[in-house]
Design a protein around this ligand. Structure first.
Ligand code: NAD
Ligand code: ZN
Ligand code: ZN
Length: 368
């Protein structure tokens, strides 16, 4: 069928919005009419070559919409159901069977392989030349997306589907890192480096726990004000002359913090986040840095019982994490909708630029 998509033509270049052809769903697949799809920093770093998804193709991995058609064997969802498209997983590997589908052993090819898991390519230009698809199993910078039924999270008929897509990546990643991975205990301290969509979601989630000190660190004062509104008890502005965020954290916490989260994707900040926690503290790495980046840590203070961990997608299973965040948002306890700015699909390049410039926090592309 003919659909409209933002085509990622070349590395570093703006997307071009065009008509393309998409095949009908095969066995176990679902065609989703996209209502809206979030723009994540990971789309930008993929366009710039830091994730190995091959152009030309279609990016987008925070889609939500309405089931338009189901392929053979699909019984969990039906035409007309509202769904959020979660991360893909194989369901058969050791980690999937262990209840950790974020760490599916096929994750690399499933998110960035550029085709279906069987290697076939269901997306092409109107002249018949192939386009890569299935970015994070969805390629949702388009009016329709073909995805595995197993990655879908069905939501209630009255759910606000136009804001739900970002729960599948940016928003869910920050919140899940706190709620699933770190689980701060009563009276603990949590430091969040980077008050973008991911970091502010971590701040809001920390506010749902027993943590009593929640520190947001950023270089944009407006984001730090918002962090305070969303639950940060302290903020550190690294744009101030002579700012030393690690010393400031130690001063606020009366020593090292219990938990830190690196949500900037800036490699120098990894060391700051790791130095912010001490013995038995945990530093969670979340930000996506340039391809091939490495970092170094102080050996002794790390050896002395510090944990530095990588986390993906907020861990856990999409169905529980997204379901819980929708309920918390409805109750007014997780107001992530305050982070969203809508753009039409045609303005995808403006949306990416506004996000890069720090003018908007979570752009969401709405289909007309
Ligand atoms: N691990 C995962 O599963 C996962 C999922 C989604 C996104 N990500 C990554 O998480 C990162 C954050 O995503 P986002 O959408 O929130 O991005 P964003 O650009 O909205 O936020 C990054 C924030 O970091 C701040 N910042 C930059 N340099 C800083 C510094 N030196 N000190 C303190 N703050 C600084 C920026 O001002 C900005 O507010 C990205 O790198 C993205 O690729 C990872
Ligand atoms: Zn798997
Ligand atoms: Zn993402």
């Amino acid at each position: 069928m003919r659909v409209t998509a933002a085509v990622f033509e070349k590395l570093y270049k703006p997307f071009s919005v065009d008509e393309v052809e998409l095949d009908p769903p095969g066995p176990g697949e679902v065609l989703v009419q996209i209502v809206a799809t979030g723009v994540c920093h990971t789309d930008a770093i993929t366009r710039d070559g830091d994730l190995p998804f091959p152009p030309p193709g279609v990016l987008g991995h925070e889609g939500a919409g309405i089931v338009a058609e189901v392929g053979p064997g699909v019984t969990d969802v039906a035409v007309g159901d509202k769904v959020v498209i979660g991360w893909p997983w194989c369901g058969q590997c050791r980690n999937c069977l262990d209840g950790q589908p974020r760490y599916c052993l096929s994750l690399g090819p499933l998110v960035a392989g550029g085709c279906r898991p069987d290697g076939s390519m269901p997306l092409r230009r109107t002249d018949g030349s192939p386009l890569h698809s299935h970015f994070f199993g969805q390629s949702s910078f388009a009016t329709y997306s073909l995805c595995a039924a197993s990655s879908l999270v069905p939501v209630a008929a009255d759910a606000p589907v136009e804001i739900l897509g970002p729960l599948a990546c940016g928003i869910g990643t920050g919140a899940g890192a706190v709620l699933n991975a770190l689980r701060p205990g009563v009276g603990s301290s949590v430091v969040v480096y980077g008050a973008g969509a991911v970091g502010l979601s971590a701040v809001m989630a920390a506010g749902l726990t027993g943590a009593t000190t929640i520190v947001a660190v950023d270089r944009l004062p407006a984001r730090l004000s918002l962090a305070r509104e969303l639950g940060a008890t302290e903020t550190i502005d690294v744009s101030e002359a002579g700012a030393n965020p690690v010393a400031a954290v130690h001063e606020i916490c009366g020593g090292p913090a219990d938990f830190s989260l690196e949500c900037t994707g800036v490699i120098e900040v990894v060391r700051q986040a790791a130095d912010s926690v001490g013995m038995r503290g945990t530093c969670a790495l979340i930000g996506g840095a340039p391809a091939g980046a490495s970092f170094s840590l102080d050996h002794m203070s790390t050896l002395w019982g510090k944990r530095v961990i990588g986390t993906l997608g907020g861990e856990g299973r999409s169905v529980e994490l997204i379901g819980a965040l929708i309920a918390l948002n409805k109750q007014g306890r997780f107001p992530y909708d305050k982070l969203i700015t809508p753009f039409p699909l045609e303005s995808v390049n403006d949306a990416l630029e506004a996000s890069r410039a720090g003018d908007v926090i979570k752009p969401v592309l709405r289909m007309s």
